[in-house]
Design a protein around this ligand. Sequence first.
Ligand code: ZN
Length: 67
Amino acid sequence: MIGGGIPCPICGTRLQLTLDFIVEHSAAACPKCYSIMQFPKNDVLFEEYKKIKSEMETLKKQIKRFG
Ligand SMILES: [Zn+2]
């Protein structure tokens, strides 16, 4: 699972990448060895993620309204 910090494939440094970051950016650079990592583009996952995120936003707004 993504979340607990995935290691850089080159130098093994733990990268503080969140799922948010990976979904919104398709690549990241390692802060230690500066190698660029490309994330596999997964449109199905991306759409699913966006959907869940917007549902959560809607829920949050509803909670605010009733709270
Ligand atoms: Zn690295």
